[in-house]
Design a protein around this ligand. Sequence first.
Ligand code: PLP
Length: 363
Amino acid sequence: MTIAPKPGVLDISVYVPGRSEAAGAARTFKLSSNESPFGPSPKAVKAYESAEPALGLYPEGTSRILREAIAAHLKLSADCIVCGNGSDEILHLIANCYVRPGDEVLFSEHAFSLYKIATFENSATPIEVPEPKLVFDVDGALKRVSERTRMVFIANPNNPTGTYLSAPEMRRLHAGLPKTALLVIDAAYAEYVGKSDYDPGIDLVNASDNVIMTRTFSKAYGLAGIRIGWGYCPKEIADVLNRVRAPFNVNIAAQKAAVAALADQPFVQGVVKHNDTWRALLTGEIRKLSNSGIRVDDSVGNFLLVRFADAKRAAEADRFLMSRGVILRGCASYGLPQCLRLTIGSENANKAALAALKDFAES
Ligand SMILES: Cc1ncc(COP(=O)(O)O)c(C=O)c1O
């Protein structure tokens, strides 16, 4: 006899990470996980190394140095910040603290797959909002709100679509939710957005008692491997999360590296500038391939969603690119089997991806 897990757990499809190997290719370009081609600031690497003498000791349990650094940088209260082993952990933590069996959790059809996992993990019901234009549909979401709605997850910008909601639209979404529902704004890619009508969620958190924003050092700060993210929320919610959070959830090297990464803003600005340049360039060049049925929408993140005529064509493109060592992310698990997601990488990787896409389009 095997012991049954909580209802919902067996409905979870195991998270599929981006692939990192292209068998047989002499050189590979990993553009499948939205990582930064620059990695972390050298100052963050130094800070990471400085953790060595403390490796035998438990880290300070509340990530105080990092909460204080984030608070100073963004003018927030450190008491309202909770750090985690990646923002993934914070997203799980929020759901584990607030979602009850039978609750409904709303997110969009092509949202980041963790939201569904966090829903099923708590024996709740996912309500997927159709996203025909590949942008979060505020009216569609509000139409599906019921007295059982406990949480709304929204990635802003969204992965893998690369689209975003403006601050007024996000406020409209929030205004339509019942006070008993939490709005979780996952702003993992906030640093890359250059739109004047965008807000990562800070203003809405400050103005409400049922909004949480999550952020990460995995993307623009280039620290995905060390796992460090955070959430910003009302103090009462931080107090709840801190009861359930593992006592030493952020290791000492991650705390130190993230503090140093945050202090090196010129480095991050360079990363964002590179992304701006290549995002525009790649978008323009891929649009020239539209005769062969390849399409790309505007993205505000560090990735592009490349659409093909159908799932078969996307799979052929994937194989072709893999044979050239260019590894993209298949999007079937996001409900978009006709798409491949391309992370904006180094100059060499971007050129290799573009050349391979062009050759595929002509093949
Ligand atoms: C929308 C979104 N949220 C959260 C995460 C998780 O990031 P972290 O590395 O901080 O756990 C990702 C990672 O790909 C993401 O795309």
